[in-house]
Design a protein around this ligand. Structure first.
Ligand code: CO
Length: 134
């Protein structure tokens, strides 16, 4: 069911500092910051040969990563995104297997304009999983 790792998302309290660390200390190619108000984040894409890392900073009052940063003030890995061919088929198989889909269970349009779902981290060893239809 799972395909490629589409991205790994890291929540950070200071996007400028995190971008500089990835660019200057780790020597990675980084994008300009992009505000995604509908997702409550500002994101910088770190482009790697086989996948990308997304540095997420909260944007707005109701950011979905604000609570995470309260618990992890210096930042931390927020979720990992796997690609699937058919998100509805994947969802139905997961729900039948007892996994919990966050929200109303319907795919939403993610940060890349593709349908996404999130799976409850308690069902997957403490890691929030995003599925994206590639
Ligand atoms: Co994501």
């Amino acid at each position: 069911m799972l395909g490629r790792v589409n991205h790994i998302a890291i929540a950070v309290p200071d996007l400028e500092a995190a971008t500089a660390a990835y660019r200057d200390t780790l020597g990675a190619a980084v994008s300009q910051p992009q505000a995604l108000p509908e997702h409550g984040v500002t994101v910088v894409f770190v482009e790697l040969p086989n996948t990308k890392v997304e540095l997420l900073q909260p944007l707005g009052e109701t950011s979905p990563i604000a609570a995470f940063l309260e618990k992890n003030p210096s930042g931390g890995m927020h979720h990992i995104c796997y690609e699937v061919d058919d998100i509805l088929l994947a969802r139905d198989r997961l729900v039948a297997a007892g996994a919990r889909v966050l929200g109303d269970g319907q795919p939403k349009t993610g940060a890349h304009g593709k349908p996404v779902l999130f799976l409850h981290p308690k069902d997957f060893f403490g890691t929030l999983i995003e599925l994206e239809q590639a």
